[in-house]
Design a protein around this ligand. Structure first.
Ligand code: DC
Length: 225
């Protein structure tokens, strides 16, 4: 098969990362977690106490701390700042809190989009995020829009936070997800929305392996068209 690019977009907690990583592993291609890169920029902002709306300062921070990613075999993905891996620090409530402000900054998005496109020109890749099928890879081989209802998405995030020992209430988590979705969907630059040619998958009540299989079926269909 020639180089393939698979775009997976959808709201917070839809299961994109888990599913995308597994699809990459099964196909033996790279996985890029674009949300983790936006979280990396947000983490730098929190660490260095920069104002999240100060676009020039955020871009300077990303540059001066060499924010970058590396894709590994078997769906592995790592984000670095100052040469140190920072993945373990990207899913805290503090980072989640500022990341949609950071990702609404056009210059931050331009830089990220350039990095993601450069990678995809050289490698077959599964990329997940909010604007992959619409902006980053408009010519992706396969586009998926993955969602699940709000209660299920809240439950998944609650389990994730619980495992990490963060104490966040259900109602707080649900309203945070709702607010983040609203901000991600209503921002002017690259808002969250399905590409016209995306395959829509609802993961509510379905297992990871069922959703992975759905996506692999679409990939197979497209490859033989
Ligand atoms: O998928 P996630 O929850 O890790 O994403 C973190 C934030 O980054 C989310 O609020 C939306 C933003 N994001 C984005 O704007 N564009 C992307 N391609 C990926 C993530």
């Amino acid at each position: 098969m020639d180089r393939i690019t698979i775009a997976i977009d959808g709201p917070a907690g839809a299961g994109k990362s888990t599913v995308a990583k597994e699809v990459a592993k099964r196909l033996g291609i790279s996985y890029i977690d674009t949300g983790a890169m936006y979280r990396g920029a947000a983490w730098l902002v929190v660490q260095h106490e920069v104002t999240a709306s100060d676009e020039a300062a955020v871009v300077h921070l990303m540059d001066s701390h060499s924010l970058h990613f590396e894709a590994r075999d078997h769906g592995g993905f790592e984000v670095f700042a100052d040469g140190e891996p920072i993945a373990a620090q990207l899913r805290t409530p503090e980072v989640s809190d500022v990341v949609s402000q950071i990702s609404a900054l056009p210059k931050v998005r331009d830089l990220m989009t350039k990095w993601f496109r450069e990678f995809s020109r050289r490698h077959s890749v599964v990329m997940d995020g909010r604007d992959i099928g619409t902006v980053v890879l408009p010519d992706a081989t396969v586009k998926i829009f993955l969602t699940a209802d709000l209660d299920e998405r809240t439950r998944r995030r609650a389990e994730e936070f619980d495992k990490k020992g963060y104490d966040v209430s259900w109602s707080q988590l649900k309203s945070d997800i709702e607010q983040r979705d609203a901000r991600d969907s209503s921002r002017e630059v690259a808002p969250l929305r399905p590409a016209a040619d995306a395959h829509y998958i609802d993961s509510t009540g379905r297992s990871v392996s069922e959703v992975v299989q759905d996506i692999l079926n679409v990939v197979e269909q497209v490859s033989y068209d």
